[in-house]
Design a protein around this ligand. Sequence first.
Ligand SMILES: [Zn+2]
Length: 66
Amino acid sequence: MPSPDKPLVVKCPICKRPVPWTPEQKFKPFCCERCKLIDLGEWAMEEKKIPGEPLSGDDDGNGDWH
Ligand SMILES: [Zn+2]
């Protein structure tokens, strides 16, 4: 059973440094803004890997000008 006055510490998902889970930690679960941005960048790259649906092509019945 953990003692209540011991602060919870998590690991930064990016650099694995211990991050105290306190209100002062603005970037938790990351240790700093940099790691948070790195994580966001990885998310952006993941989205780029997934091909998006083409915006043009299919006839949606909205263009009645032919
Ligand atoms: Zn970090």
